[in-house]
Design a protein around this ligand. Sequence first.
Ligand code: COA
Length: 315
Amino acid sequence: MKISGIGSSLPKQVVTNQMLAEILDTSDEWITTRTGIKERRVLSSEYVLDLAVDAAQKALVDANLEAKDLDFVIVANVVNEYVTPALSCIVKEKIGAKCPCIDLNGACVGFIYACDIAEAYYKIGRVKNVLVVCAEAPAHMLDWHDRTCAVLFGAGAGAAVLTPGDNIITTRLTSSDGWDRLYEMHDLQWCPFDKKGSTNLPLVMHGQDVFRFATSTCVNDLNVVLKEANLTADQIDTYFIHQANLRIIKYIEQMLGQPAEKFPTNIEKYGNTSSASLPILLDETKRAGKLHEGDMIAFSAFGAGLVSGAMIMKW
Ligand code: COA
């Protein structure tokens, strides 16, 4: 398969570090130095669904396809407004597609997981055109009094239309122990026979453990996929790294011995948008004219699970 169209969508509401410093014991200086983030977008009047539909429609236009041409819709998402049905069912109906659809909770690695599942469908000949949408609002999972988490996340959506091709060179997915390093439980309805009590607790994150996991797994995953693809780090034109912390991205640059120009970033504008991070970055890089046909590109992401993934693709 190959990516034939890409699109993204972001909420209107900008929240700067300064705005956070007015409600939390934090500062622009702390957030910028420790994370690279200057501002993020959060949902105000929009829903996650609106971002997903907008990104999907833009990707279809970019691919010059119509929704009726789609054979499968995969939506990567952690939390949205609906427990049921799957977000993909609503997105599919809103854009006018008539095909099967599933949701996938791959946390921040959702885009790579979704692409890998789609590729398997291509390999067994089940699909021609697939839509992958990553739509997230992690900022709505947080305790906004908790400065360690509230500064990191933002909302956004990115989408990719996949069509037949042989552009995926190799993909690696991993899962490691450590689910309790980054998790949140559902707020379940009260049941008179359940004695456990409320589970209404916000996101729990052990930042330093996640940081260590991220740096080690990204470097390892990228080295593995480079080896599988029989490529050196120098032969990759652009590295798309999950936008969670600029320090993580800088560490990967250093470990691979590659120049910063090969690592586009938008974390300064959007913070961590979970699975949407990679397709939003891909879309912006493409629209900035920095992707050329035949370029070799690598993706790497990590997230709650703890899961990680890397993928090498010819553009
Ligand atoms: N503003 C000001 N101070 C803050 C702060 C904030 N927003 N958040 C934490 N601090 C304080 C801590 O309380 C601590 O204070 P202390 O030394 O008095 O105890 C100090 O800053 C250092 O905290 P620490 O946790 O050691 O900072 P850090 O350098 O590890 O950075 C993260 C924290 C969360 C930015 C970093 O660990 C990280 O990015 N981890 C990965 C998170 C991630 O990527 N999650 C998503 C995965 S998909």
